[in-house]
Design a protein around this ligand. Structure first.
Ligand code: NAD
Length: 331
């Protein structure tokens, strides 16, 4: 049996990554769309054979409760809309996959988890890298202490944000700058490559080179996570240049990914040589992994609680940045 999924928000990620990946999935298939832009509908109908009865807009979306074709709703909207649509989908009795960051605050994240729990439905976050073989290898090398205990992680993620009109640069829609958008991958990488939860943060903002374009959000920042065993992660995120790396220094060696957080093109190396890993379609693996957990009635690997841990760290990073780098406890 395959589950049916509906995508909400037919932007770049849904159009170019998720929908094509759903042609490769074994346990879940694309059956519905939710869009505020009617002109997009004909292309999706033609390409993915979406029946008229499975097409919704943001106003009539709640009627999806009566639609037996749809088991899972995937929220792929700007960050500030994640909480509303996750909670509406749960109330409609659907399982939810919600993109990262799960929300724009800890409070919203908690409300999303509570809504899915109350509805008896699963909540999964769009953390595709938990299903990527390169990242699974970083986790294994750490967990099995192949090079001893990890002491230091350097994890950075950034890119050059072009169009000044895009929602990512506007706090009301994004909830924050590069930290919310891609820095979250560096937080994730540090957490699963050290294999513990950080307890303290420090963070530093940098002077803006384009204060007009980035008037609403940080342009670049650095932060440090402190782990209970003494390990430290040092990270950088920015909207002005490409940086994309996950490096772990352990007692007896090191292991790293370059182009770490992309959809493809990862390069993995350890102090003993290159990682021999065959890349896969991350989005297909992620959605199949979540679907399999739902079908087998067991928790998925990327639950709401996993998203909430990152939201707590993000709030602590912003608070430390606002307090001139003061060391703050997380949570
Ligand atoms: P996008 O700008 O390409 O698409 C956003 C969609 O939301 C568009 O279809 C747009 O029409 C719709 N929308 C509805 N109301 C809007 C409003 N008020 N303002 C702007 N757009 C509005 O963005 P995207 O890159 O597809 O990102 C969507 C979500 O997916 C974000 O939360 C982002 O963080 C996440 N994302 C995740 C990954 C990943 O690798 N997991 C990659 C890209 C994006």
């Amino acid at each position: 049996k395959k589950l049916g999924i509906a995508l909400i928000g037919l932007g770049g990620y849904a159009t170019n990554q998720l929908a094509p990946a759903l042609l490769q999935t074994q346990h879940i298939e694309l059956r519905g769309i939710v869009t505020g832009t009617p002109s997009k509908i004909p292309v999706w109908v033609e390409k993915y054979k979406i029946p008229e009865k499975n097409i919704y807009n943001y106003d009539n979306f709640d009627k999806i409760a009566d639609n037996k074709d749809i088991d899972v709703v995937y929220v792929v909207l700007p960050n500030s809309m994640h909480a509303e649509f996750t909670i509406r989908a749960a109330k409609a009795g659907k399982h939810v996959i919600c993109e990262k960051p799960m929300s724009v605050s800890v409070k919203e994240g908690e409300a999303m988890i509570a809504a899915c729990k109350k509805a008896g439905r699963q909540l999964a976050i769009g953390y595709r890298l938990h299903y990527d073989p390169f990242h699974l290898e970083m986790m294994r090398l750490s967990r099995e202490k192949v090079f001893g205990e990890v002491k230091l992680v350097e994890a950075s993620d950034g890119f050059r944000a072009g169009d000044p009109a895009q929602w990512r640069l506007h706090h009301a829609l994004s909830g924050g700058g590069p930290l919310m958008d891609v820095g979250i991958y560096a937080i994730q990488g540090a957490r699963y490559t050290i294999g513990l939860e950080p307890t303290y943060v420090t963070a530093q903002a940098f002077p803006k080179t384009d204060p007009q374009k980035f008037k609403d959000i940080e342009e670049s920042l650095a932060w440090q996570l402190y782990f209970p065993n003494g390990a430290i992660a040092n990270s950088f995120s920015t909207y002005i240049t490409n940086v994309n790396r996950l490096y772990a220094a352990a007692e007896k060696g090191w292991f790293e990914l370059n182009r770490a957080y992309g959809y493809k093109g990862q390069e993995g190396r350890t102090s003993q040589g290159p990682m021999q890993i065959t890349p896969i379609n991350q989005q297909a693996a992620h959605m199949d992994g979540v679907a399999k957990a739902i079908l087998e009635n067991r928790p998925n690997n990327v639950p709401g609680e996993e998203g909430l841990r990152d939201m707590k760290i993000i709030e602590a990073i912003y608070a430390s940045m606002a307090a001139a780098g003061k060391k703050l406890k997380i949570g």
